[in-house]
Design a protein around this ligand. Structure first.
Ligand code: CP
Length: 312
């Protein structure tokens, strides 16, 4: 496989999109294309990480990210160990750092971590010496989700410079929103966030995005719309009267898309709340690339793992 062995990421770990340069993004996407080709072969496995052991540390629930990382690691021939907080000695009072240091002492070479606390991966990176990949830390960042989202849009629209991308929904509690904004802006896209005022943080304009409270106006403006879930598990107060009211004003359904009358690309990072932020009719329509995102996620994560492992 013609991967450029001289090209390197500028970072030792992937803690957030904020640490990546535009050149890093281009390198990750080029490498992703090569691994996507591998994944479409009858034998989907390469020996690139044959001598590495990777620990997947999940302190918060996950379906897509966890399986995607594990598959990516196995496709690269790494040895994989999975840790789940629910069945661990965390329940007996062990700290995050003690837990991770114990796992690392068993000769683990790289860590993938999801944690409910924003900044947990940055904290860990200050205390351990192996590369860390952030698989989502609270309301902070979810870098590999943003990479696979941008890669999937790019597959449909080409170069993202000047393309108009909307992020719709619960921006306030979303790590996907922040990582997407940082990634898309670095690639030269225009970004608009849309949702009820209570779910759009005041600082968001400082990231160079426009803000809209009208779903129809935003859908009229954009080339692609990334629709986010309402993160009820992160909400300690009520930000809107009811899910039914949210669906009425901000749910993406066939009626609003018919009014907009353009060939929009629809994304959703999952998990979907059908009938709330998106109807089944839209989620299962030809315009939706939701399962393409999931498919691309494995190749994107293979690229990130490979590039971080290749750093001297
Ligand atoms: N998109 C995403 O992070 O999904 P999971 O929570 O299922 O991993």
């Amino acid at each position: 496989m013609p991967i450029d062995k001289e090209a390197q990421l500028s970072t030792k770990s992937l803690l957030g999109i904020k640490d990546l340069t535009k050149q890093d993004l281009k390198l990750i996407f080029q490498t992703t294309e090569q691994f996507k080709e591998v994944l479409n072969r009858p034998i989907k496995k390469v020996p690139s990480l044959r001598d590495l052991t990777i620990a997947n540390l999940f302190f918060e629930n996950s379906t897509r990210t966890r399986i995607s990382f594990e598959l990516a690691e196995k496709r690269l021939s790494a040895d994989v160990v999975n840790f789940s907080a629910a069945s661990s000695s965390l329940k007996k009072g062990e700290t995050l750092l003690d837990t991770v240091n114990n796992i690392l002492s068993m000769k683990v070479d790289m860590v993938v971590m999801r944690h409910p606390a924003p900044g947990a991966c940055v904290f860990l990176s200050n205390h351990i010496n192996v590369p860390i990949i952030n698989a989502g830390d609270g309301t902070h960042e979810h870098p590999t989700q943003a990479l696979l989202d941008a890669f999937s849009i790019q597959e449909k629209l080409g170069d993202l410079a000047g393309k108009k991308i909307a992020i719709i929904g619960d921006i306030l509690h979303s790590r996907v929103a922040l990582s997407n904004i940082l990634c898309l802006k670095k690639l030269g896209a225009e970004v608009e966030v849309c949702g009820p005022p209570t779910l759009i943080p005041n600082y968001i304009s400082s990231l160079g995005v426009s803000v809209s409270y009208s779903l129809e106006n935003t859908l009229n403006w954009c080339d692609a719309a990334n629709i986010l879930r309402i993160q009820l598990e992160r909400q300690s107060t009520r930000y809107f009267p009811s899910l039914r009211e949210y669906a009425t004003y901000y749910g993406v359904n066939k009626q609003v898309l018919t009014k907009v009358n353009k060939d929009l690309i629809i994304l959703h990072p999952g998990p979907i709340n059908r009938g709330v932020e998106i109807t089944s009719e839209v989620a299962d329509s030809p315009n939706a690339i939701i399962l393409d995102q999931v498919e691309n996620g494995v190749a994107v994560r293979m690229a990130v793992l490979y590039l971080l492992a290749s750093k001297p």
